[in-house]
Design a protein around this ligand. Structure first.
Ligand SMILES: [Zn+2]
Ligand SMILES: [Zn+2]
Length: 319
């Protein structure tokens, strides 16, 4: 048999490609990972992400209707809240408490955002806080450049991996581990549900001008793609553009436009200075929609123990 001198029986390139395809559906598969290219973009694994962007152009053929537009906007808002309130402030930073059912419901909505499971998201984000804007930071624009921090770092074998040692508190929940393991399941179900809903409207209310394909393109692909780019501006733009209130050891900034777009996450210099509070707007005029939403949820009894801004931090923020 003619074997390349550097090839090993355990990890031939074909096995890597098969492993990649299997990871589209099951991230825990035992198939070998291409560790030699750990920091290079795995285009095969990333291709559904590329397709998600291309599918937005389907709007040229589907057109748009008020229903499809409102569904896209509503899904942006609900999912942005799930990402910022739960994936970020709850799973990554534990800044409030909730019940297991509420934790699961918002993990489920978060999982529909095509930003993978809560364990993956929190593990990488905790790593970002530990090593902000150093070589070990997975998405520092100062170290790796704008494009890599915005859209490159998570498309690599190292980026796709979840370091369980960083999220031992979350790994205790089998339902959260399931969302991480089968991270394409929930987005696919959402896409099918939107298509089905559009088909139903097509037949029962043709006057609305809404179709199945239109709901799929606007409700799923466009809403999810815009949601994705808005979220990752915090990795790329919020470490570049804006005001630095606190002299932190990183390049984090406060940026009102990003705060509006991401429901409060744009107060990123505040957040890097003191990540232990549920609030990211530290002054009354620093609009933080996620915090207001969590206050309403606390009033309804769905979440509790919202960690406030300590007095010494609030005093420092006034200077
Ligand atoms: Zn940051
Ligand atoms: Zn954070």
């Amino acid at each position: 048999m003619n074997v390349h001198p550097n090839a090993t029986p355990e990890s031939p390139p074909v096995a890597h490609r098969v492993g990649t395809l299997r990871r589209w559906f099951d991230t825990s598969t035992a198939a070998p990972v291409d560790t030699a290219r750990g920091d290079r973009i795995d285009w095969l694994r990333a291709s559904p992400f590329v397709v998600m962007h291309l599918a937005c152009f389907g709007a040229i053929w589907t057109g748009v209707s008020p229903v499809a537009l409102w569904v896209a906007l509503a899904l942006y808002a609900v999912r942005m809240f799930s990402l910022t309130a739960f994936y970020h402030r709850y799973f990554s930073h534990r800044t409030f408490r909730t019940s297991r059912p509420v934790q699961f419901v918002f993990a489920l909505i978060g999982a529909s955002c095509v930003q993978r499971g809560p364990l993956w998201w929190a593990a990488h984000h905790r790593h970002h806080h530990r090593h902000t804007d150093t070589l070990l930071d997975p998405h520092s624009p100062a170290v790796h450049g704008f494009l890599w921090s915005h859209v490159g770092w998570f498309l690599t074998p190292n980026g796709f991996r979840t370091e369980m040692a960083r999220v031992p508190d979350l790994a205790n929940y089998p339902e959260l581990r399931w969302l991480d393991r089968f991270d394409t399941a929930i987005p696919v179900l959402l896409a099918i549900a939107l298509f089905g809903l559009g088909k139903v409207l097509e037949h029962v209310a043709p006057g609305l001008g809404t179709t199945g394909w239109q709901m799929l393109v606007w409700g799923f692909f466009i809403s999810t793609t815009v949601l994705f780019h808005a979220t990752v501006t915090i990795n790329s733009l919020a470490h570049r553009f804006g005001r630095r209130r606190f002299d932190t050891d990183d390049d984090s900034r406060n940026n009102v436009w990003l705060a509006l777009l991401t429901f409060g996450e744009g107060w990123h210099n505040n957040h890097h200075f003191f990540p232990g509070t549920v609030r990211q707007g530290f002054r009354w005029w620093e609009i933080d929609l996620t915090y207001y939403g969590l206050r309403v949820m606390a009033w309804l009894g769905l979440v509790h123990d919202l960690k406030p801004i300590p007095a010494w931090v609030a005093a420092k923020a006034k200077r």
